[in-house]
Design a protein around this ligand. Structure first.
Ligand code: HEM
Length: 409
């Protein structure tokens, strides 16, 4: 990992002391391709809040990065001091002004949106989606089950959650490949131009769908938010765009990433696999531990006033990076953090904390549980194909890009 001040070509703001500078490239460091969690582990031996000049995405200067889970929780709970406005920045990338809603909206306005969105993502609402989730998972498994092998990421981990989101939004499933391509270019495009092009294509596509569903509403999510009245008014086009865009991005890489890490671990640990085959009731606990051990999301906040945070002077306008792949294996928070332990009771931060706690957590959990139940029972002797290369990656959502699995038929 490029860290501990080995990079040289950068400047730091005058309020940042030299001993707190640490260069970490969460996107391109070659070590991320092997094991991103191992690559970030040394961060826990350095300052737990440090200035990372390589994180220039927000304002070109770098960001404060946090390697301690309890600090991260503190920051996520305090939206008055740490704002999430523009934290994703996709609309700014294409010169638009709508915000990814409700993620980029601070309280109290944030509560307005959550109040009508929460019921649509409640456990009761997700129960109604269960049949579709099960059917979609089975359909994908049937596509490779008798073959004895598959490339798990492209044949299951990516298409499964995107199909569920598309069904929820009311978008035609035959456009699935286009959505997968957009997601890849938006979140993993090599250049900012590639990402902006994808951001723009998604924007134009959703704009047309919103206009269409305003004209002729159907029984789906986009139609619902187009026609719903909250506090005596309808949502405008910018608000509908911000919500739909976030639905698309929110459920895209997150579930795929969790599936990739989860099944890579199972395919390489026959003891864990056998344990879950013998004790299927432990599957929900296993999913929680996998979410903890392989937390994948990196998010951001902006400091709203000059503060001293655990001895570190932060200025109004400074950006912070909250990298879960680092905090999820914080040894100060979790005993033997790299170990996968299905009996662990400690709460994890995979779905965030505070007001922006993941709106889709019940859908995400259900998808992960269904995948584990179905795949494990139908392909019990799953393993990584010999001589194949497992490739992982960093970025806004860490994940596995390529995973070839095999089983006996
Ligand atoms: C394993 C799966 C998932 C993980 C790990 C995950 C993770 C997260 C995290 C960390 C945040 C908070 C980001 C922040 O505080 O800046 C978040 C927020 C959010 N997620 Fe998820 N997510 C998952 C699945 C989903 C799904 C399936 C959907 C959509 C159906 C979704 C929709 C959202 C939305 C709308 C928010 C914003 C909530 C708010 O700002 O109030 N997520 N998610």
């Amino acid at each position: 990992m490029t860290n501990f001040n080995t990079a040289t070509n950068y400047t730091v703001p005058s309020h940042v002391p030299a001993e707190l500078v640490n260069c970490v490239d969460y996107n391109n460091d070659p070590a991320l391709k092997l094991d991103p969690y191992l690559a970030l582990a040394p961060l826990h031996d350095g300052p737990l809040v440090f200035w990372n000049p390589l994180n220039t995405r927000h304002d070109g200067r770098g960001t404060w990065d946090v390697a301690r889970a309890s600090y991260m929780r503190e920051i996520l709970a305090d939206q008055e001091t740490f704002s999430s406005k523009n934290c994703a920045g996709f609309s700014a990338l294409i010169g638009e002004s709508w915000l990814m809603t409700p993620l980029e909206i601070d309280p109290p306005d944030h509560g307005f949106y959550r109040s009508f969105l929460n019921p649509l993502f409640s456990p009761v609402a997700v129960k109604k989606m269960d049949e579709r989730i099960q059917a979609r998972a089975q359909e994908l498994i049937d596509g490779f089950k008798d073959r004895g092998h598959c490339e798990f990421i492209s044949e299951f981990a990516r298409p499964f959650p995107i199909a569920i989101i598309m069904q929820l939004l009311g978008l035609p499933i035959d456009e699935l490949d286009m959505f997968i391509d957009w997601g890849q270019r938006l979140l993993h495009g090599d250049t900012i131009e590639i990402q902006a092009q994808a951001a723009s294509e998604i924007h134009l596509y959703l704009k047309d769908r919103i206009a269409e569903k305003r004209r002729a509403p159907q029984d789906d999510f986009i139609s619902y938010i187009c026609k719903t009245e909250v506090d005596g008014r309808r949502l405008d086009d910018g608000e509908c765009m911000g919500i739909c865009y976030l639905m698309f991005v929110g459920g895209l890489d997150t579930v795929a990433s969790s599936l990739g890490f989860q099944f890579h671990h199972l395919a390489t640990h026959s003891d864990h696999r056998q344990f879950l085959l013998d004790h299927p009731k432990k599957i929900p606990a296993a999913v929680e531990e996998y979410l903890r051990r392989f937390s994948s999301v990196t998010t951001a906040r902006q400091v709203t006033k000059n503060i001293n945070f655990h001895g570190v002077t932060m200025h109004k306008g400074d950006w912070l990076t909250l990298c879960q792949p680092s905090t999820s294996v914080d040894p100060l928070e979790y005993e033997n953090p790299m170990e996968v332990n299905f009996d662990r009771r400690h709460r994890h931060l995979a779905f965030s904390f505070g007001p922006h706690f993941c709106l889709g957590s019940h859908i995400g959990r259900r998808e992960l549980n269904v995948a584990l139940e179905k795949i494990l029972s139908q392909l019990p002797n799953l393993r990584v194909a010999p001589d194949s290369q497992v490739i992982s990656h960093g970025g806004a959502v860490f994940g596995i890009a390529h995973l070839e699995l095999q089983w006996d038929t």
